[in-house]
Design a protein around this ligand. Sequence first.
Ligand code: NAD
Length: 345
Amino acid sequence: MIKTVFFDTKDYVKTSFQKYEIPGEFEFKYFETKLTEDTADLAKGCDVVCIFVNDTVNAAVIDKLYEYGVKLIALRCAGYNNVDLRYAYGKIHAVRVPAYSPYAVAEHTAALLLTSIRRIHKAYNRTRDFNFSLSGLTGFDLHGKTVGIVGTGKIGRIFIDICRGFGMNVIAYDAFPAKDSDIAYVSLNELLERSDIISLHCPLTNETRHMINADAIAKMKKGVVILNTSRGALIDAEALLEGIKARKVGAACLDVYEEETDIFFEDRSGHILNDELLARLISMPNVIVTSHQAFLTEEALSNIAETTVNNIRSFFENDGICDNELCYRCGNIEDCKKNRRERCF
Ligand code: NAD
Protein backbone atom coordinates (compact mmCIF):
# COMPACT_ATOMS: atom_id res chain seq x y z
CA MET A 1 0.00 0.00 0.00
CA ILE A 2 1.50 3.34 -1.08
CA LYS A 3 0.48 6.22 1.16
CA THR A 4 0.38 9.60 -0.58
CA VAL A 5 -0.28 12.95 1.04
CA PHE A 6 -1.55 15.78 -1.17
CA PHE A 7 -0.84 19.42 -0.36
CA ASP A 8 -2.63 22.47 -1.77
CA THR A 9 -5.61 20.27 -2.63
CA LYS A 10 -8.62 21.79 -4.37
CA ASP A 11 -11.97 20.13 -5.17
CA TYR A 12 -10.97 19.64 -8.82
CA VAL A 13 -7.78 17.84 -7.73
CA LYS A 14 -9.72 15.38 -5.57
CA THR A 15 -12.20 14.76 -8.39
CA SER A 16 -9.46 13.92 -10.87
CA PHE A 17 -7.53 11.61 -8.50
CA GLN A 18 -10.55 9.85 -6.93
CA LYS A 19 -10.69 6.94 -9.37
CA TYR A 20 -7.08 5.98 -8.60
CA GLU A 21 -7.67 5.45 -4.89
CA ILE A 22 -7.56 1.67 -5.23
CA PRO A 23 -7.85 -0.22 -1.88
CA GLY A 24 -4.69 -2.19 -1.23
CA GLU A 25 -2.67 -0.13 -3.73
CA PHE A 26 -3.10 3.56 -3.02
CA GLU A 27 -4.18 5.51 0.05
CA PHE A 28 -4.61 9.25 -0.47
CA LYS A 29 -4.67 11.89 2.26
CA TYR A 30 -5.69 15.40 1.16
CA PHE A 31 -4.74 18.69 2.79
CA GLU A 32 -5.77 22.14 1.61
CA THR A 33 -2.73 23.76 3.16
CA LYS A 34 0.41 24.31 1.11
CA LEU A 35 3.57 22.40 1.91
CA THR A 36 5.96 24.57 3.93
CA GLU A 37 8.39 23.98 6.76
CA ASP A 38 5.46 24.47 9.15
CA THR A 39 3.15 21.95 7.48
CA ALA A 40 5.72 19.27 6.53
CA ASP A 41 4.78 17.29 9.68
CA LEU A 42 1.54 16.30 7.91
CA ALA A 43 3.65 14.02 5.72
CA LYS A 44 4.63 11.78 8.64
CA GLY A 45 3.93 8.13 7.84
CA CYS A 46 3.54 8.74 4.09
CA ASP A 47 5.66 7.39 1.24
CA VAL A 48 4.84 10.09 -1.27
CA VAL A 49 4.24 13.82 -1.05
CA CYS A 50 2.16 15.15 -3.97
CA ILE A 51 2.56 18.89 -4.54
CA PHE A 52 1.70 21.71 -6.93
CA VAL A 53 3.36 24.90 -8.17
CA ASN A 54 3.19 27.00 -5.00
CA ASP A 55 4.24 24.40 -2.45
CA THR A 56 7.72 24.96 -1.05
CA VAL A 57 10.33 22.23 -1.10
CA ASN A 58 13.45 23.94 0.23
CA ALA A 59 16.30 22.44 2.24
CA ALA A 60 14.41 22.65 5.55
CA VAL A 61 11.34 20.92 4.09
CA ILE A 62 13.51 18.24 2.43
CA ASP A 63 15.28 17.55 5.75
CA LYS A 64 11.94 17.02 7.46
CA LEU A 65 10.48 14.83 4.73
CA TYR A 66 13.67 12.75 4.65
CA GLU A 67 13.53 12.31 8.41
CA TYR A 68 9.90 11.12 8.12
CA GLY A 69 10.88 8.51 5.52
CA VAL A 70 9.18 10.13 2.52
CA LYS A 71 10.66 8.54 -0.59
CA LEU A 72 9.15 10.48 -3.41
CA ILE A 73 8.00 14.00 -4.19
CA ALA A 74 5.42 13.77 -6.97
CA LEU A 75 4.84 17.13 -8.62
CA ARG A 76 1.46 17.30 -10.31
CA CYS A 77 2.78 20.02 -12.64
CA ALA A 78 5.52 20.61 -15.20
CA GLY A 79 7.48 23.50 -13.65
CA TYR A 80 9.74 22.61 -10.71
CA ASN A 81 11.43 25.86 -9.70
CA ASN A 82 9.85 25.46 -6.22
CA VAL A 83 11.91 22.33 -5.48
CA ASP A 84 15.56 22.48 -4.42
CA LEU A 85 16.61 19.53 -6.57
CA ARG A 86 20.29 19.90 -5.76
CA TYR A 87 19.58 19.57 -2.04
CA ALA A 88 17.14 16.70 -2.60
CA TYR A 89 19.75 14.70 -4.53
CA GLY A 90 20.73 11.60 -2.59
CA LYS A 91 17.80 12.00 -0.18
CA ILE A 92 14.41 12.10 -1.87
CA HIS A 93 13.53 11.49 -5.50
CA ALA A 94 11.26 13.87 -7.39
CA VAL A 95 9.03 13.21 -10.39
CA ARG A 96 6.87 15.55 -12.43
CA VAL A 97 4.27 15.66 -15.19
CA PRO A 98 6.31 17.04 -18.09
CA ALA A 99 3.33 17.61 -20.36
CA TYR A 100 -0.36 17.30 -19.58
CA SER A 101 -1.95 19.58 -22.09
CA PRO A 102 0.28 22.15 -23.72
CA TYR A 103 -2.90 23.08 -25.65
CA ALA A 104 -4.56 24.21 -22.40
CA VAL A 105 -1.83 26.76 -21.69
CA ALA A 106 -1.34 27.90 -25.29
CA GLU A 107 -5.09 28.34 -25.79
CA HIS A 108 -5.40 30.30 -22.54
CA THR A 109 -2.61 32.56 -23.75
CA ALA A 110 -4.59 33.18 -26.94
CA ALA A 111 -7.75 33.79 -24.90
CA LEU A 112 -5.97 36.41 -22.81
CA LEU A 113 -4.53 38.09 -25.89
CA LEU A 114 -7.88 38.34 -27.68
CA THR A 115 -9.73 39.39 -24.55
CA SER A 116 -7.23 42.15 -23.96
CA ILE A 117 -6.83 43.62 -27.42
CA ARG A 118 -10.55 43.36 -28.34
CA ARG A 119 -11.63 44.63 -24.88
CA ILE A 120 -13.96 41.65 -24.37
CA HIS A 121 -13.72 41.98 -20.57
CA LYS A 122 -14.94 45.58 -20.82
CA ALA A 123 -17.69 44.77 -23.31
CA TYR A 124 -18.96 41.87 -21.18
CA ASN A 125 -19.42 44.15 -18.17
CA ARG A 126 -20.99 46.91 -20.26
CA THR A 127 -23.67 44.83 -21.96
CA ARG A 128 -24.62 43.19 -18.64
CA ASP A 129 -25.43 46.73 -17.56
CA PHE A 130 -27.32 47.38 -20.84
CA ASN A 131 -24.57 49.78 -21.85
CA PHE A 132 -24.23 49.23 -25.58
CA SER A 133 -21.76 52.04 -26.25
CA LEU A 134 -18.59 51.20 -28.21
CA SER A 135 -16.51 54.13 -26.95
CA GLY A 136 -13.08 53.05 -25.79
CA LEU A 137 -13.44 49.52 -27.17
CA THR A 138 -11.34 49.99 -30.32
CA GLY A 139 -8.92 47.10 -30.73
CA PHE A 140 -6.41 46.15 -33.42
CA ASP A 141 -6.06 43.32 -35.96
CA LEU A 142 -3.68 40.52 -35.09
CA HIS A 143 -3.25 39.77 -38.78
CA GLY A 144 0.12 41.08 -39.98
CA LYS A 145 1.43 41.86 -36.48
CA THR A 146 4.74 40.48 -35.25
CA VAL A 147 4.63 38.18 -32.23
CA GLY A 148 7.83 37.30 -30.39
CA ILE A 149 7.81 33.92 -28.64
CA VAL A 150 10.35 33.38 -25.87
CA GLY A 151 10.77 29.61 -25.40
CA THR A 152 9.81 27.30 -28.24
CA GLY A 153 9.10 24.12 -26.30
CA LYS A 154 5.79 22.28 -26.20
CA ILE A 155 3.61 25.26 -25.26
CA GLY A 156 5.53 27.87 -27.24
CA ARG A 157 5.22 25.86 -30.45
CA ILE A 158 1.47 25.38 -30.11
CA PHE A 159 1.10 29.08 -29.48
CA ILE A 160 3.19 29.68 -32.61
CA ASP A 161 0.70 27.57 -34.62
CA ILE A 162 -2.21 29.53 -33.16
CA CYS A 163 -0.54 32.84 -34.03
CA ARG A 164 0.17 31.67 -37.56
CA GLY A 165 -3.52 30.82 -37.86
CA PHE A 166 -4.24 34.50 -37.27
CA GLY A 167 -1.82 35.47 -40.04
CA MET A 168 0.76 36.86 -37.64
CA ASN A 169 4.45 37.10 -38.37
CA VAL A 170 6.20 34.88 -35.80
CA ILE A 171 9.76 35.38 -34.53
CA ALA A 172 11.25 33.50 -31.59
CA TYR A 173 14.09 33.35 -29.12
CA ASP A 174 15.21 30.18 -27.34
CA ALA A 175 18.45 29.52 -25.48
CA PHE A 176 18.38 26.08 -27.13
CA PRO A 177 16.79 26.66 -30.55
CA ALA A 178 15.06 23.68 -32.14
CA LYS A 179 17.08 22.18 -34.96
CA ASP A 180 15.41 21.57 -38.32
CA SER A 181 12.38 23.69 -37.51
CA ASP A 182 10.73 26.38 -39.61
CA ILE A 183 10.84 28.81 -36.69
CA ALA A 184 12.50 32.17 -37.41
CA TYR A 185 14.91 32.49 -34.48
CA VAL A 186 16.34 35.89 -33.58
CA SER A 187 18.35 37.18 -30.62
CA LEU A 188 16.44 38.20 -27.51
CA ASN A 189 17.29 41.85 -28.18
CA GLU A 190 15.96 41.69 -31.72
CA LEU A 191 12.79 40.01 -30.48
CA LEU A 192 12.27 42.74 -27.87
CA GLU A 193 12.81 45.46 -30.48
CA ARG A 194 10.64 44.03 -33.28
CA SER A 195 7.64 42.45 -31.54
CA ASP A 196 4.17 43.98 -31.28
CA ILE A 197 3.28 41.16 -28.90
CA ILE A 198 5.71 39.23 -26.67
CA SER A 199 4.72 35.89 -25.15
CA LEU A 200 6.83 34.07 -22.54
CA HIS A 201 7.01 30.27 -22.66
CA CYS A 202 10.39 29.46 -21.11
CA PRO A 203 11.06 28.03 -17.65
CA LEU A 204 12.06 30.08 -14.64
CA THR A 205 15.78 29.65 -14.03
CA ASN A 206 18.57 31.85 -12.69
CA GLU A 207 19.13 33.05 -16.26
CA THR A 208 15.49 33.85 -17.02
CA ARG A 209 14.53 35.46 -13.69
CA HIS A 210 13.43 39.06 -14.45
CA MET A 211 14.34 38.67 -18.12
CA ILE A 212 11.61 41.25 -18.69
CA ASN A 213 13.00 44.13 -16.62
CA ALA A 214 13.32 47.90 -17.11
CA ASP A 215 16.16 47.47 -19.65
CA ALA A 216 14.19 44.94 -21.68
CA ILE A 217 11.05 47.11 -21.61
CA ALA A 218 13.10 50.12 -22.77
CA LYS A 219 14.01 48.16 -25.92
CA MET A 220 10.39 47.25 -26.74
CA LYS A 221 8.04 48.98 -29.17
CA LYS A 222 5.64 51.53 -27.73
CA GLY A 223 2.29 49.86 -27.18
CA VAL A 224 3.75 46.33 -26.91
CA VAL A 225 1.45 43.65 -25.47
CA ILE A 226 3.18 41.34 -22.98
CA LEU A 227 1.78 37.88 -22.27
CA ASN A 228 3.03 35.71 -19.42
CA THR A 229 1.50 32.30 -18.84
CA SER A 230 4.82 30.77 -17.80
CA ARG A 231 6.21 31.83 -14.41
CA GLY A 232 5.70 35.14 -12.61
CA ALA A 233 9.33 35.89 -11.85
CA LEU A 234 10.22 36.01 -15.54
CA ILE A 235 8.91 39.58 -15.26
CA ASP A 236 10.07 42.26 -12.85
CA ALA A 237 6.54 43.35 -11.94
CA GLU A 238 7.65 46.78 -10.67
CA ALA A 239 9.36 47.50 -13.98
CA LEU A 240 6.23 46.32 -15.79
CA LEU A 241 4.07 48.69 -13.76
CA GLU A 242 6.44 51.57 -14.58
CA GLY A 243 6.28 50.61 -18.25
CA ILE A 244 2.49 50.70 -18.14
CA LYS A 245 2.40 54.02 -16.27
CA ALA A 246 4.81 55.50 -18.86
CA ARG A 247 2.40 54.31 -21.63
CA LYS A 248 5.24 52.24 -23.09
CA VAL A 249 3.53 48.91 -22.49
CA GLY A 250 0.15 48.85 -24.24
CA ALA A 251 -1.24 45.88 -22.36
CA ALA A 252 -0.18 43.03 -20.10
CA CYS A 253 -1.87 39.67 -19.63
CA LEU A 254 -0.59 37.78 -16.64
CA ASP A 255 -1.61 34.29 -15.61
CA VAL A 256 1.31 34.18 -13.20
CA TYR A 257 2.84 36.67 -10.78
CA GLU A 258 6.13 36.56 -8.90
CA GLU A 259 4.54 36.84 -5.48
CA GLU A 260 1.51 34.67 -6.26
CA THR A 261 2.24 31.92 -3.72
CA ASP A 262 0.14 33.29 -0.85
CA ILE A 263 -2.52 34.86 -3.05
CA PHE A 264 -3.45 32.79 -6.08
CA PHE A 265 -5.79 29.79 -5.96
CA GLU A 266 -7.70 31.24 -2.96
CA ASP A 267 -10.87 33.33 -2.62
CA ARG A 268 -9.59 36.63 -1.26
CA SER A 269 -12.75 38.62 -2.02
CA GLY A 270 -13.81 40.64 1.01
CA HIS A 271 -10.22 40.83 2.24
CA ILE A 272 -7.76 43.67 1.89
CA LEU A 273 -5.07 42.62 -0.56
CA ASN A 274 -1.68 42.96 1.07
CA ASP A 275 0.19 43.19 -2.20
CA GLU A 276 0.17 46.80 -3.38
CA LEU A 277 1.96 46.00 -6.61
CA LEU A 278 -0.55 43.35 -7.66
CA ALA A 279 -3.46 45.58 -6.61
CA ARG A 280 -2.05 48.44 -8.71
CA LEU A 281 -1.50 46.17 -11.70
CA ILE A 282 -5.04 44.81 -11.46
CA SER A 283 -6.39 48.37 -11.25
CA MET A 284 -4.92 49.20 -14.66
CA PRO A 285 -7.43 49.21 -17.53
CA ASN A 286 -4.96 47.44 -19.81
CA VAL A 287 -3.93 44.63 -17.48
CA ILE A 288 -5.69 41.28 -17.23
CA VAL A 289 -4.76 38.91 -14.44
CA THR A 290 -5.91 35.30 -14.17
CA SER A 291 -4.75 33.30 -11.17
CA HIS A 292 -2.54 30.60 -12.67
CA GLN A 293 -5.50 29.18 -14.51
CA ALA A 294 -3.96 28.37 -17.88
CA PHE A 295 -3.58 24.65 -17.13
CA LEU A 296 -7.17 24.25 -15.90
CA THR A 297 -9.00 22.16 -18.48
CA GLU A 298 -10.70 18.79 -18.01
CA GLU A 299 -8.19 17.17 -20.35
CA ALA A 300 -5.21 18.58 -18.47
CA LEU A 301 -6.54 17.58 -15.04
CA SER A 302 -7.23 14.06 -16.21
CA ASN A 303 -3.75 13.76 -17.79
CA ILE A 304 -2.09 15.18 -14.65
CA ALA A 305 -3.79 12.58 -12.42
CA GLU A 306 -2.99 9.71 -14.78
CA THR A 307 0.68 10.62 -15.22
CA THR A 308 1.18 11.33 -11.51
CA VAL A 309 -0.24 7.94 -10.54
CA ASN A 310 1.84 6.23 -13.25
CA ASN A 311 4.96 8.06 -12.00
CA ILE A 312 4.34 6.79 -8.46
CA ARG A 313 3.64 3.25 -9.68
CA SER A 314 6.71 3.24 -11.90
CA PHE A 315 8.93 4.47 -9.06
CA PHE A 316 7.80 1.82 -6.58
CA GLU A 317 7.48 -1.05 -9.06
CA ASN A 318 10.73 -0.42 -11.00
CA ASP A 319 13.18 -0.05 -8.17
CA GLY A 320 13.06 3.75 -8.19
CA ILE A 321 13.31 4.19 -11.94
CA CYS A 322 10.90 6.62 -13.54
CA ASP A 323 11.19 8.40 -16.89
CA ASN A 324 9.76 11.56 -15.38
CA GLU A 325 12.30 11.75 -12.57
CA LEU A 326 13.73 15.21 -11.94
CA CYS A 327 17.35 15.47 -10.99
CA TYR A 328 19.60 18.50 -11.03
CA ARG A 329 22.22 16.49 -12.90
CA CYS A 330 19.87 15.38 -15.69
CA GLY A 331 20.76 17.11 -18.91
CA ASN A 332 23.81 18.70 -17.27
CA ILE A 333 26.22 15.81 -17.42
CA GLU A 334 27.18 13.45 -20.18
CA ASP A 335 26.91 10.15 -18.34
CA CYS A 336 23.36 10.85 -17.13
CA LYS A 337 22.14 7.69 -15.43
CA LYS A 338 18.58 8.26 -16.57
CA ASN A 339 19.72 7.89 -20.18
CA ARG A 340 20.97 4.44 -19.19
CA ARG A 341 17.57 3.66 -17.60
CA GLU A 342 19.10 3.67 -14.13
CA ARG A 343 17.88 5.48 -11.04
CA CYS A 344 19.44 8.91 -10.58
CA PHE A 345 20.88 7.95 -7.17
P1 NAD B 1 9.29 23.03 -22.45
O1 NAD B 1 10.36 22.50 -21.56
O2 NAD B 1 8.68 22.12 -23.46
O3 NAD B 1 9.84 24.32 -23.22
C1 NAD B 1 10.59 25.34 -22.61
C2 NAD B 1 11.43 26.00 -23.66
O4 NAD B 1 12.15 27.08 -23.05
C3 NAD B 1 12.49 25.07 -24.28
O5 NAD B 1 12.46 25.13 -25.69
C4 NAD B 1 13.80 25.60 -23.73
O6 NAD B 1 14.90 25.40 -24.63
C5 NAD B 1 13.47 27.07 -23.55
N1 NAD B 1 14.40 27.74 -22.67
C6 NAD B 1 15.10 27.25 -21.63
N2 NAD B 1 15.88 28.20 -21.09
C7 NAD B 1 15.66 29.32 -21.82
C8 NAD B 1 16.19 30.64 -21.75
N3 NAD B 1 17.11 30.98 -20.85
N4 NAD B 1 15.74 31.55 -22.66
C9 NAD B 1 14.83 31.20 -23.59
N5 NAD B 1 14.29 29.97 -23.70
C10 NAD B 1 14.71 29.04 -22.82
O7 NAD B 1 8.20 23.63 -21.48
P2 NAD B 1 6.64 23.87 -21.78
O8 NAD B 1 5.87 22.65 -21.45
O9 NAD B 1 6.48 24.50 -23.11
O10 NAD B 1 6.29 24.93 -20.63
C11 NAD B 1 6.82 26.24 -20.65
C12 NAD B 1 6.59 26.88 -19.30
O11 NAD B 1 5.19 27.05 -19.10
C13 NAD B 1 7.03 26.00 -18.10
O12 NAD B 1 8.37 26.27 -17.77
C14 NAD B 1 6.09 26.39 -17.00
O13 NAD B 1 6.75 27.31 -16.16
C15 NAD B 1 4.94 27.10 -17.72
N6 NAD B 1 3.62 26.47 -17.46
C16 NAD B 1 2.61 27.25 -17.00
C17 NAD B 1 1.35 26.70 -16.77
C18 NAD B 1 0.19 27.54 -16.28
O14 NAD B 1 -0.83 26.99 -15.86
N7 NAD B 1 0.26 28.86 -16.36
C19 NAD B 1 1.15 25.34 -17.01
C20 NAD B 1 2.21 24.57 -17.51
C21 NAD B 1 3.46 25.14 -17.73
